[in-house]
Design a binder for this molecule. Structure first.
Ligand SMILES: [Cu+2]
Length: 144
């Protein structure tokens, strides 16, 4: 009995800590937060969001209990200057994905309630217009 249960336990615990979270029609892989100086008031979170459903869906909102607020942002270069723009929503085509990565889309986490240090994990909640919402653990990293 023990021989059967032990591998199962390890398989399950691996599943729980693997950086992959999904709801019925949305999945998120590789969520992480870019390390910033200790005094920073804004942190960028990155991930890949897939829409595995048959309808277009949009990310409407991101929140975290450890940050005062969070916004959906898009970075771009304009005449050699980096700009960030807040988006009301982030649409994802059916069967498609949106890559949140440095220089592009990101979740801007503002006003942390506690220090944000390398290796820390923060829970993010994403809410979509199809009614699904996901809780994602994101680790603070130096780079991808
Ligand atoms: Cu931003």
């Amino acid at each position: 009995m023990r021989k059967i249960l032990l591998p199962l336990f390890f398989a399950l615990s691996f599943f729980c800590i693997s950086p992959f979270v999904h709801a019925a029609n949305i999945s998120v892989t590789n969520p992480w937060i870019l390390e910033a100086p200790p005094t920073a008031k804004a942190f960028a979170a990155y991930m890949i969001i897939r829409n595995t459903g048959k309808q277009q869906t949009s990310l409407l909102e991101a929140t975290s209990p450890d940050f005062g607020s969070a916004e959906i942002h898009q970075s771009s270069m304009h005449q050699g200057m980096a700009h960030m723009m807040a988006l009301k929503s982030l649409p994802i085509k059916p069967g498609g994905k949106v890559i949140l990565e440095p220089g592009s889309f990101h979740i801007m986490l503002l006003n942390p309630h506690k220090p944000v240090s390398l290796g820390d994990q923060f829970m993010l909640q994403l809410r979509f217009d199809n009614g699904e919402s996901l809780q994602i653990p994101a680790e603070v990293r130096r780079h991808r």
